[in-house]
Design a protein around this ligand. Structure first.
Ligand code: HEM
Length: 448
């Protein structure tokens, strides 16, 4: 007897998914966010509605995976927590991260990046990434060089905020990009905004995936600049580690591994600014974070509570809401067979905000990340950095830099949230937190 196909969603449920989840996610910008759309999504609570829509779809369908009724392509939606583990742990084969839509989007600026590579060359690129990003260590091998950079730039940001009488996203982003350029390329690149501007343009094209032609000249110019930076390899930068390690990894395309770093430091900045908004409005969490700073013996290289605050901000407002895979061959599930070349989609907010299974799903509870190794909560999938063999290799570096940035911003300054956002510690936190419109009034600690 042949094995049956997986259950199929009705046309109505497929349309509901496309309208409530896919459309707003695509409109917000999968590769670089469109601030005006983010504001609209927040205003109309579209991210909350997306989670409700998946709840409704799940209530009418079995655990799945559920095949959506799309033309031209097989697309499965993951609904059971155990299936999240299966997909992530069985990556990159048979669940390849190099899905068709990801390839179309990322080819605009990094056609040979690990994320869209397959087969043996993927393993080579992944191994190089892990070495340079020091994936297995909470404290990056260059932490002693990076932490003063974060301190200096955040101090300068606070000085700008004091002068302006306000801390706003635009100034934060400028300071964050200075940190990123110094960490990635070294101090000489601090004000070289041409480098980061080029990738912004290429990412804008990436938002349209195959609907927009590639700017090959710009991409070549951008990759040539990165190659120069790797040759320069300023001491104390990620570029220096890359330059030293890359020769051992044949075919790794080192210059094309770097754009992913520049690209991915963006969500790290967003998460930091959102965590700051929560700390400004949650006195208990703020006191605990300051106590951690007071007791710290690690020169701020390991601040577990502040790291958990960043993880919790990413749980509440995941910057990669859709984790995408594509099957390399047919895969058998309890409910039936998933065909080869089938898109597989994990909608992280559905699991991150599941109030039926996750305590305080809509509240800020960073302690939940202190109890385990930061992967999940009692086996429930919390996957802002994904998980398994394809887990974000930059996770620990992100937590190092973002926790240090938060530390510097809250240690001697009180930040009062002045934008209209309501972030009530006892209430339900919104499904979207528009980082672009967050504003704070700074004052010296204790005088606010
Ligand atoms: C808040 C910030 C970040 C978040 C939430 C994040 C999250 C993720 C996620 C969800 C993936 C996809 C994994 C998958 O498909 O299962 C990923 C991949 C990746 N991330 Fe990050 N990331 C962040 C920042 C960074 C930074 C700053 C770097 C480098 C400096 C980085 C390097 C990478 C690389 C190289 C991959 C590809 C891994 C592979 O394909 O094996 N990420 N990240």
């Amino acid at each position: 007897m042949g094995i049956s196909r997986l259950p199929k969603a009705s046309l109505l449920d497929t349309a509901l998914f496309a309208g409530a989840v896919f459309l707003p996610t695509f409109a917000k910008g999968p590769i670089i966010r469109r601030p005006r759309v983010v504001a609209l999504v927040e205003r109309f609570r579209l991210d909350d509605r997306a989670v409700d829509a998946v709840c409704r779809i799940h209530s009418r369908n079995p655990e799945g995976p559920l095949l959506l009724r799309l033309p031209l392509r097989h697309q499965a939606l993951i609904l059971a927590p155990g299936h999240v583990d299966t997909v992530l742990n069985m990556s990159p084969d048979p669940f390849s991260p190099a899905s068709a839509e990801k390839r179309a989007a990322l080819t605009h600026f990094q056609p040979n990046n690990v994320l869209i590579s397959t087969g043996p060359i993927r393993s080579v690129r992944r191994a190089l990434q892990e070495q340079v990003l020091d994936t297995d260590h909470p404290i990056h091998l260059l932490a002693d060089a990076f932490l003063p950079v974060v301190r200096e730039e955040m101090d300068e940001l606070l000085a700008t905020a004091a002068e302006r009488g306000e801390l706003i996203w635009k100034d934060f982003l400028a300071a964050w990009y200075r940190v990123v350029r110094r960490v990635v390329f070294g101090d000489h690149a601090r004000d070289d905004s041409e480098l980061t501007d080029m990738i912004v343009q290429l990412r804008r094209n990436g938002n349209w995936a195959f609907l927009r032609p590639q700017q090959k000249k710009l991409r070549a110019k951008f990759l040539a600049r990165i190659t120069e930076e790797l040759a320069r390899a300023e001491e104390g930068s990620l570029a220096s580690v890359m330059a030293a390690r890359a020769p051992r990894f044949e075919g790794a395309a080192p210059a094309e591994q770097v754009p992913q770093w520049l690209f991915a430091f963006d969500p790290a900045g967003m998460a930091t600014f959102r965590a700051l908004a929560v700390l400004a409005t949650h006195p208990e969490a703020r006191s605990r974070a300051r106590q951690e700073l007071h007791d710290d013996g690690s020169s701020r290289s390991f601040l577990p509570y502040l790291r958990s605050c960043v993880l919790e901000a990413l749980r509440l407002w995941p910057t990669t809401p859709l984790i995408l895979r594509q099957t390399t061959r047919p895969v058998e599930w309890e409910d039936g067979m998933m065909p080869a070349k089938c898109g597989v989609l994990i909608f992280a907010p559905y699991f991150h905000r599941d109030e039926r299974n996750l305590p305080r799903a809509h509240q800020f509870a960073p302690e939940r990340w202190l109890d385990d190794d930061g992967g999940d909560s009692d086996g429930w999938p919390l996957v802002p950095f994904s998980d398994g063999p394809v887990v974000c290799p930059g996770k620990q570096l992100v937590l190092l830099l973002t926790s240090a940035a938060l530390a510097q911003l809250i240690d001697r300054t009180d930040l009062h949230l002045t934008s209209r956002h309501r972030l009530d510690p006892q209430g339900r936190l919104p499904g979207t937190l528009d980082n672009y419109s967050l504003r704070f009034a700074p004052s010296p600690r204790g005088e606010g």
